[in-house]
Design a protein around this ligand. Sequence first.
Ligand SMILES: NC(=O)c1ccc[n+]([C@@H]2O[C@H](COP(=O)([O-])OP(=O)(O)OC[C@H]3O[C@@H](n4cnc5c(N)ncnc54)[C@H](OP(=O)(O)O)[C@@H]3O)[C@@H](O)[C@H]2O)c1
Length: 183
Amino acid sequence: MTRLIYYTACTLDGFLADPQDSLDWLLRQPIDEGGPNDYGRFIAGIGAVVMGSTTYEWILRHDRDGWAYAMPTWVMTSRDLPLPEGEPDVRFASGPVRPVYERMAAAAAGKDLWVVGGGDLAGQFADEGLLDEIVTSIAPVTLGAGRPLLPRRFDLELIDVARNATFITARHRFVGPLREDAA
Ligand SMILES: NC(=O)c1ccc[n+]([C@@H]2O[C@H](COP(=O)([O-])OP(=O)(O)OC[C@H]3O[C@@H](n4cnc5c(N)ncnc54)[C@H](OP(=O)(O)O)[C@@H]3O)[C@@H](O)[C@H]2O)c1
C-alpha cells in the first residue's frame, strides 16, 4: 500500500529553514547514517518525490554533485523554472495536489511517496486527506522564525521516537483536523 510520507529535518521550534532559506544550522549537525530514521533506508522505499519551488531552487543552488533523486520528481510551481543538468526525471505541476498524487502513485509502482517540503505543500496534501506519515529529525536548534514545518492545525498520533546522534527522530501518523476545530 503506497503511503505519502513527509520526511524532513526541523528545529525544536518547528522550522525547516531560517527566513533566508539557510540550512547551515542543519548541515553542521552530526548524523549516524545507519541509525534511526536514516536517509538511506528511507529513500530505498521511495518511488516518487514532490517538492515546492523554494526547496527545488535551494537544491539546484546547493547540489554540486548533480541531481540527487533517481526517482520521478514533481516540482510544484506557477513559474517557468530550469531543469537540473543531466536531464533527470523532473516534472513541473501547479494547482490542486490530488492529480499530482495520482500521477506520483502510478509512477511509484507500489513504493512510497515523499513530500520533501515545504510545510505548506505538505499541508496541501494533508488537507486532501492524502498524507499518511510525518517523519521528523529534530535538531537541537531554535531559530525563532523561518519556514514552518506544517502551518496547519492537525491531530497526529506518535508511532515511534528515537535518538540519532543529536537529533530526536519521530514518526507520527496523520490523523486529521484538530479535534477542537471540528464543528
Ligand atoms: N529542513 C529540511 O530538511 C528541509 C526540507 C525541505 C525544505 N527545506 C527548506 O525549507 C524551505 C521551504 O520553503 P517554502 O516554505 O517556501 O516551501 P516550498 O514548498 O519549498 O515552496 C513554496 C512555493 O512552491 C510553489 N507552490 C507550492 N504549492 C504549489 C501549488 N499547489 N501550485 C503551484 N505552485 C506551488 C509556490 O511558488 P511559485 O508558484 O512562485 O513557484 C510556493 O511559494 C526551503 O528553504 C527549503 O530549502 C528544508
